[in-house]
Design a protein around this ligand. Structure first.
Ligand code: ZN
Ligand code: ZN
Ligand code: FE
Length: 763
């Protein structure tokens, strides 16, 4: 038998995830000698033995890696044999670290089994964890990833825990956050006034009793606070709505088990896999018609935001006690989620009846991730807990850089070499505390990743706080056009280079001509883009006010379509202002005062929602569009009468981008009401018209340019109905269509695109 020796250099997420014990176990079982150690770039190992044993090891390496590990590269080389005494785990080699920070992960099955086992020493311990599960990103304070540099630093290991920590064959070998009843964090229940009511298991049991009685309980989770309430208790849900000052936005539900989730919603295989994954996101799923839950959970909505328990504490709370709980983020209306204990007690005092706290600090806020399944893959609305800060490979190398994102749904990106890391969702950069979180995230993430930016990418909009931040750093700044960044972001995800067609539909983005863009047909790549066409720009009366009051946009479309008749036609949108203010508003439209031009697709949805009297005013971003989609879905499957009329015109001009004009559609919508056509039918026809216009425009570009890859990005592509129509039509037409699956299509994905464009420009 010939003996060979092989060296492996493995990169990726391989530290702090039980990788060395895994290698140790496999090597010992296969009677291989050698060693393994953490290295600056990942893990290094040498193995010696028979070639069949080494082949078996290679198979295991690829098929049975620990659940949280992610191998991005593995370089193997045969080297001369040497002398070992068995197999050893060696101390880490020194040098500059290239540590990949692991995202927070849901409790694993092994820990869950111990949690429910009265004979286990961690029976009902709310912070049970091991190398395969538990908090990571939210508790890491610095690098190297080691207990003193986590928020577990204040909890020295007891002798029992230390024995597990030091044993290479134990599931808890070098698991930094491990603890037990004797040495670890503890929970505590406090009244709204902050008075201690109970501790340890009694606190959990008392919280359950309070929830059963209809109380609103603020619960400290992994990346922030939740507000929990019994969804079957209508009065309690109503109280939460009123106290949270959140009139209509749906509340997320946490179901105790997958079985409980199935009674609430119709779940596909992909949806079930996401719900039960270690990332444990909120998945938006189609709810079942009749449940005994309060209708106030998701008013006017056929969809439900659903998640499963992700922490041991969640399991203890739900268990056999509740099939589901409302678990909405711990904040009031538009503020960011509370994560600091003092801050939470102060800010949630008016909302919560009591607090279930614990003494393991959260170092960085990390909201629940929210996504939906599109074509069998995730489509993110919000990317945070479980996913951030996982790296994304770039199709080329870039110098160390930071991209600051846009303004709404802020997230930043740090990149270096051929890797980009997009931060967790930070929030809308429109108030002080979100801006502070933005600054903190940048400094924290650049420390953890050891990336010292040499340049900064930001949005072209000069007034965004994220753009001003970039200016103030004094580093070279590369401003990137908003929709170009959306396009590049999806290109990175799909490893595309070269030129593509970008169909970018969103609410707002600063254009290179100073107008507001948002219904864009682009062509190009990372280096440059051109605007092939766009929705016809119309005035946005009152600027930002029109975003909160879609009736304004409806008036603008009416005026554009039927002129002066818009003021006398008697449509309900004309009566949204007090009588006395109407002449002034009419002047605003006639003269375009305080009415920047916009080609925004999001605003078109707003206008149509208002014209159909679905929503004249909105209480959250995108509400009009979401309800319009929900209503349109009600007509899917109905045989629509073809009225023989096309709802749009494509206006082309010499040496200028083409324009898609929706005046015929608006005309049709105005008359639909008087001719007794159901709102659902008109809403669906609207979706079909936008899809038809988009498809025709895109095919036209494809014919002229020969480009075959199409990107769909921008917040409008959270609309499933529209996305599916466009996706299907373009795919059937022989084009290759790419949607976003790693970062959100909304502005939460912008930073990744900015990073790629700026990095390419500099390189
Ligand atoms: Zn575990
Ligand atoms: Zn212990
Ligand atoms: Fe955008």
């Amino acid at each position: 038998m010939t003996i060979i020796r092989r060296r492996y250099r493995i990169n990726g997420i391989v530290q702090g995830v039980g990788f060395r014990p895994f290698v140790y176990r496999q090597a010992t079982a296969l009677q291989l000698s050698g060693w393994v150690r953490n290295s600056p770039a990942g893990v290094e190992l040498e193995l010696q033995g028979s070639s069949s044993s080494l082949d078996s090891f290679d198979r295991l390496l690829h098929n049975e890696t620990p659940p949280l590990a992610l191998i991005t590269s593995c370089i193997r080389s045969d080297i001369p044999t040497g002398k070992d005494s068995g197999f050893a785990i060696l101390a880490s080699s020194s040098g500059e670290a290239d540590i990949r920070i692991t995202p927070d992960s849901a409790v694993c099955d092994d820990c869950l089994r111990e949690l429910g086992d009265p004979a286990d020493r961690r029976y009902r311990y709310p912070f049970i964890t091991c190398t395969n599960c538990g908090p990571r990103y939210s508790i890491i304070t610095g690098i190297p990833y080691d207990r003193p540099l986590t928020t577990m630093a204040g909890f020295p290991l007891c002798p029992d825990c230390l024995r597990e920590y030091e044993n290479p064959l134990d599931r808890r070998f070098h698991a930094q956050p491990i603890a037990c009843h004797n040495c670890g964090p503890q929970v505590e229940l406090r009244s709204a006034e902050g008075i201690p009511l109970a501790t340890r298991d009694e606190a959990v049991l008392e919280a359950i009793r309070q929830l059963k009685n209809g109380a609103i309980v603020a619960i400290k989770g992994v990346g922030g606070y939740h507000l929990a309430v019994d969804p079957a208790n209508h009065a309690a849900v109503a109280r939460l709505r009123q106290r949270k000052r959140r009139d209509e936005k749906p509340f997320a539900l946490m179901a105790a088990t997958l079985g409980a989730a199935r009674t609430l919603a119709v779940l596909s295989k992909a949806e079930e896999q996401l719900l039960t994954s270690p990332e444990a996101p909120i998945v938006i799923v189609r709810r079942k018609g009749h449940t005994l839950l309060s209708p106030l959970i998701a008013p006017q909505n056929d969809w439900l935001g659903l998640m499963l328990p992700s922490t041991p504490l969640h399991h203890l709370l739900l268990g056999d006690n509740f099939d589901q709980l409302v678990m909405t983020s711990g904040n009031s209306s538009d503020e960011p989620v509370a994560y600091d204990d003092q801050d939470a007690l102060r800010r949630l005092e008016e909302i919560a009846d009591c607090f279930l706290l614990h003494d393991r600090p959260i170092h960085i806020r990390n909201d629940d991730s929210v996504l939906r399944v599109f074509q069998g893959v995730p489509l993110f609305y919000r990317r945070a807990r479980g996913y951030a800060p996982r790296p994304t490979p770039l199709p080329f190398t870039v110098p160390p850089l930071l991209a600051t994102g846009a303004e709404l749904k802020g997230a930043v990106c740090l990149a270096s070499g051929s890797t980009a890391v997009v931060s967790q969702h930070i929030g809308d950069l429109q108030n002080r505390s979100t801006y502070d979180a933005f600054v903190h995230t940048i400094s924290h993430l650049s420390t953890l990743l050891e990336i010292k930016p040499a340049l900064i990418a930001c949005d072209l909009h000069p007034d965004y706080l994220s753009s001003r931040f970039a200016e103030e750093t004094g580093l070279p700044v590369i401003p990137v056009q908003h929709h170009h960044a959306h396009m590049a972001s999806a290109m990175v995800e799909h490893g595309l280079d070269g030129n593509v067609i970008g169909i970018i539909f969103d609410g707002t983005g600063y254009g290179t001509d100073g107008t507001i863009w948002g219904g864009e047909f682009l062509t190009g790549g990372y280096d440059r883009f051109s605007r092939a066409g766009h929705f016809r720009a119309i005035p946005l009366p009152g600027g930002d006010a029109a975003v909160r009051e879609p009736w304004r946009m409806a008036m603008s479309y009416l005026y554009q379509t039927i002129g002066e008749d818009a003021f006398t036609c008697g449509h309900p949108v004309t009566t949204q202002l007090p009588e006395a203010d109407r002449p002034l508003f009419a002047q605003l439209l006639r003269r375009g005062i305080n009415s920047p031009l916009t080609s925004s697709c999001g605003r078109l949805f707003d206008a149509v929602a208002a014209l159909l009297n679905i929503r004249h005013r909105v209480s959250y971003d995108g509400q009009g569009a979401i309800e319009l989609e929900a209503i349109a879905e009600g007509a899917v499957g109905d045989a629509l009468q073809a009225d023989g009329e096309c709802g749009y015109r494509i206006l082309s001009a010499e040496n200028a981008p083409f324009q898609v004009d929706f005046s015929p559609l608006i005309n049709g919508i105005i008359t639909s009401a008087t001719s007794g056509i159901p709102v659902a039918t008109t809403a669906l026809r609207f979706h079909q018209t936008v899809a038809a216009a988009t498809t025709e425009a895109c095919r036209h570009i494809a014919e002229q340019t020969g480009l075959t890859h199409v990107i769909l990005s921008g917040g409008v592509f959270q609309n499933r109905l529209l996305t599916e129509m466009i996706y299907t039509a373009l795919t059937n037409g022989g084009l290759t269509v790419h949607t976003q699956r790693v970062v959100p299509p909304n502005d939460g994905g912008i930073a990744l695109g900015q990073a790629a464009i700026a990095g390419r420009r500099r390189a």
